[in-house]
Ligand binder design. Structure first.
Ligand code: COS
Length: 377
């Protein structure tokens, strides 16, 4: 699986992260600070539009390359990796469902990393039951009027371009449409900035729409297609989140093994205790299983196969693994693992949200079991 191109990408991204992310990662986490210059630096490196066509400023590569990049960034900061993952998901929505005019207008500044894209589906009353969303989009002449609020929007406030799912028709999934809305639009305000357990360098905000008038031409795809657009975007978003989980887990195991080989107690490196060896063997096994699922999901997409089941499996397995591996890595490192001297306590807090975002892991099980039922019916 590891090609020369992948190794080259990993090397470039690693160098960038060591120089630009690692030195301030702990401080930025402590201050909940997102640094736009870091994101723009990733853009200059050419990784902010990896899967987008070159015609719109992308690199014209595939998801197999994107997961390698995200995994590497996550070894330093899950916050920047998630920002990039979600912005890429938004770009791919515009690329797949947008008109030529929309692509030319919105994609170049997203692919270049000059600006960020954000995805806005959840609301206070509709999380897992996404099709019950209530934000209204009322067609009046040549415009839609948006009213309502959206919650837990990754990059809310720092992103310029938002794909917002709103109700333009009847109850249920068929009444949902997707709209492109940009920061600065009259009637569009940012609400509460969330105070979170982890992923602190990535702002999460509420969006408020009050008689926000957007031209009809800002609809993505066609009226009533919004739920399907959101779901198919999440099929891609879910395994890219999984690659971030794999990055967190890999770095955590790396730190734990290195530490346990040098830390001595009872006159020997703590690595020599079988209790810890078995923990680390299990961690390595689970990480490899996760990595293979993520790779399978990515190669499927690159081959044009939209396999929801594998994407959901990758998200479920890799994020549960990240949670258990980061927790065990902190345990192996003991007191020092619980301090911010090492990044592991941050990684453990960051891992938790990966089990929740882009569909909780319970929803991934719903998707997997529905697919199983379909296969056997
Ligand atoms: N790709 C394209 N279309 C999809 C799809 C996918 N992956 N999944 C569902 N759809 C379509 C269905 O085909 C159906 O359309 P048709 O009637 O034309 O066939 C429509 O969407 C409704 O699908 P479904 O009946 O499965 O909808 P449900 O209300 O049962 O919801 C779940 C399904 C629970 C899977 C969905 O609501 C979900 O993923 N929830 C989690 C939301 C989430 O991930 N939020 C995170 C936001 S980002 S932090």
């Amino acid at each position: 699986m590891t090609s020369g191109l992948h190794l080259e990408l990993v090397e470039q991204v690693r160098k960038f992260c060591i120089k630009n992310i690692e030195p301030t990662a702990e401080k930025d986490d402590g201050e909940s600070k997102f640094n736009m210059d870091i994101y723009r630096g990733l853009g200059e490196l050419g990784v902010c539009g990896i899967v987008l066509p070159e015609k719109y400023g992308g690199a014209g590569l595939g998801y197999s390359e994107l997961i390698v990049v995200l995994e590497e960034i996550a070894k330093f900061s899950a916050s920047y990796a998630v920002t990039l993952s979600v912005s890429t998901m938004v770009q791919s929505m515009i690329d797949t469902y947008g008109s030529e005019e929309q692509k030319q207008k919105y994609l170049p500044e997203l692919t270049s990393g000059k600006e960020i894209g954000a995805f806005s589906l959840s609301e206070a009353g509709s999380g897992s039951d996404a099709a019950s969303l209530r934000t209204k989009a009322t067609l009046k002449g040549e415009d839609y009027i948006l009213n309502g609020s959206k919650m837990w929007v990754t990059s809310g406030g720092v992103a310029k371009t938002y794909v917002v799912m709103a109700r333009s028709g009847a109850d249920g999934p068929k009444g949902v449409s997707s709209f492109i809305v940009q920061n600065g639009q009259s009637g569009f305000e940012f609400g509460k900035l969330e105070s979170k357990m982890g992923l602190k360098a990535s702002p999460t905000r509420e969006l408020i729409f009050e008689n926000c008038k957007i031209p009809k031409s800002n609809i993505l795809g066609s009226q009533g297609l919004g739920f399907n657009i959101a779901m198919s975007a999440l099929d891609r978003g879910r395994f890219t989140i999984a690659s971030i989980a794999t990055g967190l887990a890999k770095r955590s195991l790396d730190e734990a093994v290195k530490y346990s080989l040098t830390r001595k107690q009872f006159n020997q490196p703590i690595f020599e205790f079988q209790g810890l060896q078995f923990m680390m063997a299990d961690m390595a096994c689970e990480i490899t299983a996760s990595e293979l699922l993520v790779q399978k999901a990515a190669t499927n997409f690159d081959a044009g196969i939209n396999d929801q089941k594998i994407a959901a499996m990758a998200k479920l397995k890799a994020t549960d693994t990240a949670m258990s591996v980061t927790t065990d890595a902190v345990q192996i490192m003991g007191g020092v693992g619980y301090t911010s001297e090492f990044p592991l306590e941050r990684f453990m807090r960051d891992a938790k949200v990966l089990q929740i975002v882009e569909g909780t892991n319970q929803i991934q099980r719903v998707v997997i079991s529905r697919m199983l039922k379909k296969e056997y019916s």
